[in-house]
Design a protein around this ligand. Structure first.
Ligand code: SF4
Length: 561
């Protein structure tokens, strides 16, 4: 049994939540917490949504937001709690801790969560109390259990949707949250559910993805879901496989429970490197996996019907008419997902001021956010708000598609800095590169290591952090760099990108991109997207184009080689 399994056997990981109140009361240090618990608490704290920061004594806390949907009141509390409790201490620079975002900011993640940093254990109960008042939770934000359930941030608003799946998302999330029977799975378990044909909820890269379908049953056409299973990124990326089953919305909780049961019983608990559900699906094959799920499901699931998914069609940035007459949602662009707590609270208050009583703040899987239910006559007022200038709904294409993980500022695994670099590069690239007018977004995703939190494999341009050893006349120099991938996308033409070049020094990347986009603009067919063009050019040619840059793409020696 591996160490993490041992820690989960010694004490049920959900029991850590009660203990946090004692640790907070006594203001215990991290060592004292470990000593009190007899070891392994660092792992179990993840079930409370708490992840030890690399700065000792501080935690990252992850707030789950099912389907990304927040009331304005909830969003305001998140912003205010960030400003009050997630504050960089003086010993780490205080207001100057981060030169772009100051000392109190939050991160919108690719799983529609909110992450805050610099939280001390003694402040957690206050945060939870304030969360309880508005129905928010951090429970199972991390750890080997069902994580935040994803969905389309425009659920209930968009013409592309077949039906509104938000109630199903909430039912599935409620079932798994604090459910002791399913809180200790072999590894994390990621679910996404959408009723929209565009599938921006990323069913192809989740453990379980429910996507819209239609089937005639007893002479009646019913809307429900088809299921995809076993998708994921990181090392060993895999596109999910479709099962031959039709799931009525009212059966979705039971179906997801049966999949979790299958994973719980048959998943590998020994080797954490290969114990994600996609390895089980791969090992059994989708047909046998489906049999295993059906054996454990209390409902007799009909075979599949008509698939209604068309595929991923971009993002939600900009002003969009809702299907409800006279109402709009506005998608704001948050480069790398990071913004000040005060700014998020300001956006929440604007939703309340300008929106109808149904107004909401919605988090998207591309780290942006939406404000919904804005009547036509208030759109201009909303767009004139100060936060809307920084988080523009009309950004340049690189800013619009920029995604960044936490990086070495806080993450123990990171090899490079990512958040600041993503924002600076996106802005610089928007200034320096003229992309063809019909291209609204260039998806540029930067992960600080191979763990893929920024989802580089599905981007037009993907980076994963590396250190690079440069050799020159002054001797050896170690600099930050990245593996450089091109040509990924989800949707109808889904494909993971190709890692075209390894260990590129960070300073060489922008000149290399300038060369690439010059070639793309000259060479593309009508309407050809950047990722499509990259797929059509072989890797040796892509490398040669990049090396033609004024500052050539230097080849380095990858860390660990
Ligand atoms: Fe950390 Fe790596 Fe995830 Fe980035 S991708 S947040 S560096 S684990």
């Amino acid at each position: 049994m591996n160490t993490v399994e041992q820690h989960k056997q010694e004490k049920h990981p959900l029991d850590v939540i009660d203990d946090v109140y004692d640790y907070a009361d006594e203001e215990l240090s991290f060592e004292e917490i470990e000593a009190r618990a007899g070891g392994g608490e660092w792992e179990r704290l993840k079930w409370a949504g708490m992840y030890a920061q690399k700065q000792e004594g501080y935690f990252m806390i992850r707030t789950k937001v099912p389907g990304g949907k927040l009331t304005p009141e909830q969003a305001e509390v998140i912003g205010e709690v960030t400003d009050d409790l997630a504050v960089a201490p003086e010993e780490y620079g205080g207001e100057e801790q981060n030169e772009l975002w100051g000392d109190a900011y939050l991160d919108i993640t690719t799983r529609q969560d909110i992450q805050k940093h610099w939280i001390r254990v003694e402040d957690v109960p206050e945060m939870w109390d304030r969360y309880d008042e508005v129905g928010l939770t951090t429970v199972q934000g991390c750890g080997d259990s069902a994580r935040n359930v994803l969905g389309c941030p425009a659920a209930g608003l968009d013409d592309h949707e077949c039906f509104n799946a938000q109630p199903v998302i909430e039912a599935v999330s409620d079932f798994f949250t604090e459910n002791r029977e399913y809180a200790n799975l072999p590894r994390k378990f990621k679910i996404t559910i959408t009723g929209c044909a565009h599938d921006c909820a990323q069913s192809q890269i989740n453990d379980v993805g429910l996507v819209p379908a239609k089937k005639e049953i007893d002479g009646e056409y019913l809307y429900g879901f088809h299921a995809r299973v076993g998708g994921g990124l990181s090392d060993g990326p895999r596109m999910s496989s479709e099962l031959d089953a039709f799931i009525r919305p009212e059966d979705a909780v039971e179906f997801c429970r049966a999949v979790a049961q299958t994973f719980k019983e048959l998943g590998d608990r020994n080797n954490r490197g290969v114990c994600r559900m996609r390895y089980l699906v791969e090992q059994l094959g989708p047909e046998k996996f489906e049999e295993a799920v059906r054996d454990r499901c209390t409902i007799d699931l009909p075979t599949g019907g008509q698939n209604l998914t068309v595929g991923y069609q971009g993002d939600h940035v900009g002003v969009h008419e809702q299907k409800q007459d006279g109402l709009n949602y506005v998608g704001f662009n948050v480069i790398a997902g990071r913004m000040g707590g005060d700014e998020f609270a300001e956006a929440a208050r604007a939703a309340e001021t300008y929106g109808t009583e149904d107004a909401s703040v919605r988090l998207a899987t591309d780290q942006n956010f939406l404000i919904t239910h804005i009547p036509d006559e208030h759109v201009d007022d909303l767009l004139a708000e100060p936060f809307a200038q920084e988080y523009s709904p009309d950004p340049g294409p690189f800013s619009r598609g920029a995604v960044g993980c936490t990086g070495n500022e806080f993450c123990n695994y990171a090899i490079i800095e990512t958040k600041k670099r993503t924002k600076r590069w996106a802005r610089e690239l928007d200034d320096r590169i003229n992309v063809p007018d019909d291209i609204e977004s260039i998806r540029m995703h930067m992960s600080g290591c191979s763990a893929s939190c920024a989802q580089p494999q599905i981007a037009d341009i993907g980076f994963r952090g590396e250190t690079v050893k440069l050799e020159d006349e002054d001797g050896d120099d170690i600099v930050e760099g990245m593996d450089f991938g091109l040509g990924g996308s989800l949707g109808a033409d889904n494909e993971f990108l190709d890692w075209v070049e390894s260990a590129v020094p960070a300073d060489s990347v922008i000149p290399a991109l300038e060369q690439l986009f010059e070639a793309y603009s000259e060479d593309r067919d009508d309407d050809e997207q950047f990722y499509e063009w990259c797929r059509g050019v072989d890797n040796a040619e892509l490398r040669s184009i990049m090396q033609g840059a004024d500052a050539p793409v230097a080849r380095g020696v990858a860390h660990g080689d």
